[in-house]
Structure formats: structure tokens, C-alpha cells
Design a protein around this ligand. Structure first.
Ligand SMILES: Nc1nc2c(ncn2[C@@H]2O[C@H](COP(=O)(O)OP(=O)(O)OP(=O)(O)O)[C@@H](O)[C@H]2O)c(=O)[nH]1
Ligand SMILES: [Mg+2]
Length: 145
């Protein structure tokens, strides 16, 4: 990145120094939208409204002396949206793959989702696996071995 891109004027012009594109994937209902809403708006989404296609959210975070804009693509987990969401893998800086600790199929499907990443994402893309709903202790079915 060129020096002038870090200048104060440049940052003030667009509000950040770096842009990180984060794709969030995983089965329907595991809590992707809830996780992103907590991160961007600091509130918990109680009701479930399935995401249709892809939604966009963003938040600027400080990293050292840089401001990083996290541009987050919240994808639909339902199988019928697969063709739409696949188009977003290629441009992702990082991919967050979510499964629910209370839903075994969402855990088993991790393998399928990794296959999607291998097929559609850039090789250098950073991958993070997240188990959601850790608070639902009595419903938990995925236990650390
Ligand atoms: N107890 C508990 N419930 C959660 C948590 N995260 C999400 N939920 C609930 O799980 C349901 C589904 O959450 P969503 O975030 O809409 O699921 P999603 O992964 O975006 O689903 P799709 O958009 O269909 O792919 C909602 O009723 C949330 O309130 C969590 O950490 N704990
Ligand atoms: Mg959603």
C-alpha cells in the first residue's frame, strides 16, 4: 500500500485505512446473523428471520495505529441460496464458518462447507471455525472430546 494511502486526509476521506472483507457461512439457523448483529450493533437478535441471499454489515475497528473497516457478508445458510452465496467467496479476505453446538447436522456439515471454501475461495483466505450457542448448556450436543 502506498504511503499517501495512510495519510490523515486519506483516512478522513473514507473513514478507514484498510478494508477486510469477511464472509460468514454455515447452516441455516446456526446464528450467523445474530453473531454479526452483536458485533456491528451490540444487540442480541432473539427472533429467527432466515437471511435471503446475502446481507451486508460493517464496523470499523482499530488495529495498532490503523483503522480497519470490516465489511461483513452475512450469507443465507439455506441450501436453496447456495448459487447466490457462492459468488461472494472469491473476494473474501477471511471466512468465518459457523456451526451450532446445539445442532449436530450443522457440525457434520462443516466438511461440506470446507469443500465449498476449497472450491470457491482464494487460497490465502483466512479461515475461522466458530461454535455458536455455547450459552444453551442443556441443548448442547457437540462436546469437546
Ligand atoms: N441461545 C442462543 N441462541 C442464539 C444464539 N445465536 C443465535 N441464536 C438464535 O438462533 C436463531 C437463528 O439465528 P440467526 O442468526 O438468524 O441464524 P442464521 O445462521 O443467520 O440463519 P440463516 O440466515 O437462515 O442462515 C435465532 O432465534 C437466534 O436468536 C446464541 O448464541 N445463543
Ligand atoms: Mg441469517
Amino acid at each position: 500500500m502506498k504511503n499517501e494511502e495512510h495519510s490523515k486526509e486519506h483516512r478522513e476521506g473514507r473513514g478507514h485505512d484498510l478494508l477486510a472483507k469477511v464472509l460468514v457461512i454455515g447452516d441455516g439457523g446456526v446464528g450467523k446473523t445474530a453473531l454479526i448483529t452483536r458485533f456491528t450493533e451490540d444487540r442480541f437478535l432473539v427472533s429467527y428471520t432466515a437471511t435471503i441471499g446475502v446481507d451486508f454489515k460493517s464496523r470499523v475497528v482499530a488495529s495498532g495505529d490503523k483503522l480497519v473497516k470490516m465489511q461483513i457478508w452475512d450469507t443465507a445458510g439455506q441450501e436453496r441460496f447456495k448459487n447466490i452465496t457462492q459468488a461472494y467467496y472469491r473476494g473474501a479476505t477471511g471466512i468465518l464458518l459457523a456451526f451450532s453446538l446445539t445442532d449436530r447436522p450443522s457440525f457434520t456439515n462443516i466438511e461440506k462447507w470446507i469443500g465449498q471454501i476449497d472450491e470457491h475461495a482464494a487460497k490465502e483466505c483466512i479461515r475461522v471455525l466458530v461454535g455458536t450457542k455455547v450459552d444453551s448448556v442443556s441443548d448442547r450436543v457437540i462436546i469437546r472430546g
